[in-house]
Design a protein around this ligand. Structure first.
Ligand SMILES: [Fe+2]
Length: 312
């Protein structure tokens, strides 16, 4: 049997979205172009800068000892505690020197193919707004605090920075095969909710964990969730939870290992073998898993978010 391999496009220009691919219909605001970039970063008020500072201070109460050392180093290198929402121009000038990445403002969630294209060009799209006091604890759309505090420090790590670019390139291929859902699971379980094994224990490097106060403690220390060594093939077949704490976290041994597992994977072959739906439930432990902790799942069995269950 012959199977042809889809060649990647030249990422210098925005690749055309294949006509047969379904992605969420997003209404593009009139003031942004095809690249979805805002003409300028928002000028934040002193009240909004104070929200950033308070969110920052709250995270620093829980992150030491639980956040990956690469993340904590990145926070320090980029001086993200300089006070107020960071200026993307200044931030990018420093980041470009370190790993060639920049941070660019976008109005909201942007279409997948545009997001992948920016990553493939080492541009990280970040929200151009900040949450309010009313939505201080939880917002659905990623704001500048989630995007910059949660994601940008990791982009100072050269290997992780390469991984993010490879992910962007892989995104285009996932669209051609209509397997965005599977690639989305990889993003979810690494970039948003990834854990890493360090010499003194398991730490968090995922932005979804690091930008909020509850999940950091739960992901690293609670008895409820499973913690399983990452296997890219397995992760891409695994369902996940969007609006509650995760039943399962996947752990990498190093960023080199994450990068290697991703670039060595034959995605053409993988996408051809994947069905359109996930194979494994989000709490499943399967035969091939290298399990670090098998979770009790107590938190979710007691009803999870909204039930008042403690994240134990
Ligand atoms: Fe995110």
């Amino acid at each position: 049997m012959t199977t042809h391999t889809i060649m990647p496009p030249d990422f210098a220009v925005l690749p055309e979205m294949p006509a047969d691919v379904f992605t969420a219909p997003l209404q593009k605001p009139a003031h942004v172009g095809a690249d979805w970039l805002e003409p300028a970063q928002t000028r934040y008020s002193s009240d909004e800068d104070a929200i950033w500072n308070d969110l920052f201070a709250r995270q620093m109460e829980v992150l030491p000892g639980r956040a990956a050392s690469a993340f904590l180093r990145g926070l320090e290198t980029l001086n993200l505690d300089r006070g107020g929402v960071p200026d993307f121009g200044e931030l990018s000038a420093e980041l470009v020197q370190l790993t060639g990445w920049s941070v660019v403002p976008v109005p909201m969630l942007i279409p997948d193919h545009v997001f992948f294209w920016h990553l493939a060009n080492r541009r990280f799209p970040a929200g151009n707004f900040i949450r309010t006091r009313e939505t201080f604890d939880y917002i659905q759309e990623p704001d500048v605090f989630h995007d910059v505090f949660g994601h940008v420090p990791m982009l100072t790590d050269p290997v992780y920075a390469d991984y993010m670019q490879e992910y962007g390139k892989a995104g285009w291929k996932a669209m051609r095969y209509n397997r965005l859902k599977a690639l989305g699971a990889l993003y979810w379980y690494t970039v948003e909710f990834g854990l890493i094994e360090e010499a003194d224990g398991i730490k968090a490097y995922g932005a979804g964990i690091l930008s909020g106060p509850t999940e950091v403690v739960y992901a690293v220390e609670a008895a409820s969730p499973n913690r399983i060594m990452l296997n890219v093939d397995r992760v891409m077949r695994t369902d996940y939870v969007i609006s509650d704490l995760q039943p399962t976290y996947f752990v990498i041994e190093s960023f080199e290992d994450l990068y290697r597992q991703t670039v060595e994977r034959d995605f053409d072959r993988l996408y051809r073998s994947l069905g359109p739906a996930f194979t494994y439930a989000n709490s499943a432990v399967i035969d091939v898993d290298n399990v670090l902790n098998r979770g009790t799942q107590e938190y979710l069995l007691r009803g999870g978010r909204g039930s008042g269950a403690r994240p134990v």
